[in-house]
Design a protein around this ligand. Structure first.
Ligand SMILES: CC(C)(COP(=O)(O)OP(=O)(O)OC[C@H]1O[C@@H](n2cnc3c(N)ncnc32)[C@H](O)[C@@H]1OP(=O)(O)O)[C@@H](O)C(=O)NCCC(=O)NCCS
Length: 439
């Protein structure tokens, strides 16, 4: 993984992308992340692209500190008044994506994609994305992942939402806790202690949660407000759950918004809840749902199948809205499909269409009784009785984490299957895919 990560970080930019941009007078190149003179204008371009103001020196310093592990590329217009500031940005790094069966697969996580409003809609994103996907595939990364500002952008590049996220609002006085009351203890801790404990807990928990990834550099400090550029870190409160033997098993971070019209109906926002045991999960949620003076609780980036919904007496006290969250794009079909485990044995023949070519082909997926898969190229006719599935790479990617059913995609007219139920049974996984943050 480390070798793959450094290969990916330092690989030259894609020749086709470079040539396409060069033909329009633009230069595509790697950014020297270790050089503040190159990294700062790149960071300013990202901030501008995401509607932020100019970054202060303190903010630039924080960006610089945490960006070192990322592959950053920029597109430069030497005719512009500020030629050192790129007109397009793109960053990526290799991160482990959790897949069904308590396993991980190396994935290229893509972030900070911007094109300046002065240069939009002339194919710069397309050149960067196609070039960077080719690079990732060349160095042997089997999957690409991203979270998106707009859900209309990335389907055309073969990505699809494979893990959804839930935004939860709870009418707290109405909810009434009926869940477990674990015998460990919940205590307040400092934000700094949260910062120390959270990474280990997340790492132990994430591998059993399809859709989660390793936390990117800098994120924990951002959550905990322990970076020099943190805004109002004093509003954050942190607690931890230690089990009966004293081991730290979960942490939560939350903030309040007072309701001046009715102080007893103030609002609490769960900024982060990380639990590695069911007890820690229950204890922390119970703490949050029994806070005094709170009328409403909100929490985002949850699973859409949270156990907490079954831990309250009044289900209608909770409203959950669903959004797309973890987008996945398979680059290497055999590597991706053999990396995960399956809940049922069976065989399907897959005919995958991929306009960019990476996943295009005909494959036989065979899953044995232990849930382990073999994938072989499929030549000739499929054997009698083997379900045949025709689908695009985006649809295969949607089904990859086991939470989007092929029957749904068939019903939506996006997949053709000779036996949709049999194919769906093979791909579905009983643990709902999730991703607990943006990157
Ligand atoms: C989104 C963004 C990167 C697009 O860059 P761009 O260089 O204008 O995109 P391209 O010209 O390469 O467009 C490629 C294709 O995507 C389409 N497209 C681009 N942006 C789109 C959008 N926001 N919604 C829907 N389609 C979009 C284009 O119409 C084009 O379609 P086509 O292939 O059918 O012709 C740019 O508008 C941007 O920086 N937006 C603000 C920041 C942002 O949201 N970044 C994405 C973070 S996840």
């Amino acid at each position: 993984m480390t070798d793959l990560a450094s290969l990916h970080r330092t690989a030259a930019t894609d020749e086709t992308a470079r040539a396409a941009l060069d033909a329009t007078g633009l230069e595509l190149r790697l950014v020297a992340s270790e050089d503040p003179a190159d990294a700062a204008p790149w960071s300013q371009a990202v901030a501008r692209g995401f509607l932020d103001g100019e970054l202060t020196e303190v903010q630039l310093g924080a960006w610089f500190e945490r960006g070192g592990q990322r592959r950053r590329i920029g597109v430069y217009d030497h005719a512009a008044p500020e030629p050192e500031r790129p007109v397009a940005t793109f960053a990526s790094w290799v991160a482990e994506l959790s897949v069904p069966g308590g396993r991980g697969i190396p994935s290229v996580a893509i972030s900070t994609v911007t094109v300046a409003p002065t240069h939009r809609r002339r194919g710069i994103l397309r050149s960067m994305m196609e070039g960077e996907l080719r690079r990732a595939a060349d160095v042997g990364v089997p999957v690409a992942i991203l979270t998106v500002s707009e859900s209309t952008i990335y389907g055309r590049f073969g990505f699809a939402a494979a893990a959804m996220s839930g935004y939860l609002q709870v009418d707290v006085p109405r909810a009434h806790w009926i869940g477990p009351r674990p015998d460990g203890r919940v205590d307040f801790i400092s934000r700094e202690r949260f910062r120390e404990l959270a990474p280990g807990i997340h790492d132990r928990a994430r591998i059993g949660m399809p859709g989660e990834i390793e936390m990117p550099e800098g994120h924990w400090d951002r959550f905990a407000g322990t970076r020099p550029d943190a805004e109002h870190p004093e509003r954050l409160r942190a607690v931890r759950y230690a089990d009966a033997s004293g081991l730290d098993r979960g942490v939560a971070l939350y903030s309040y918004r007072e309701n001046h019209a009715d102080f007893a109906r103030s609002k609490v926002r769960v900024e982060r809840l990380v639990a590695e045991t069911p007890d820690a999960y229950a204890a922390l949620w119970r703490f949050l749902l029994e806070l005094d003076l709170v009328g409403e609780l909100e929490a985002g980036e949850l699973s859409i199948d949270e156990p907490v919904l079954w831990m309250i007496a009044d289900r209608r006290a909770a409203k959950l809205s669903v959004g797309d969250h973890q987008w996945v794009r398979i680059l290497d079909v055999p590597a991706a499909l053999t990396a995960r485990r399956y809940a049922a044995a069976g065989t399907v023949a897959l005919e995958v269409v991929d306009p960019l070519g990476f996943a295009e082909g005909r494959w036989i997926l065979r899953v044995d009784e232990s849930g382990t898969a073999r994938v072989e190229p499929w030549e000739g006719a499929a054997s009698d009785g083997v379900p045949l599935v025709r689908l695009g790479v985006a649809e295969l990617s949607a089904a990859y984490l086991g939470s989007v059913s092929l029957t749904t995609l068939v019903a939506a007219g996006r997949v053709e299957a000779s036996d949709a139920l049999a194919a769906a049974r093979l791909f579905l996984w009983p643990e709902t895919a999730r991703l607990s943050f943006w990157y």
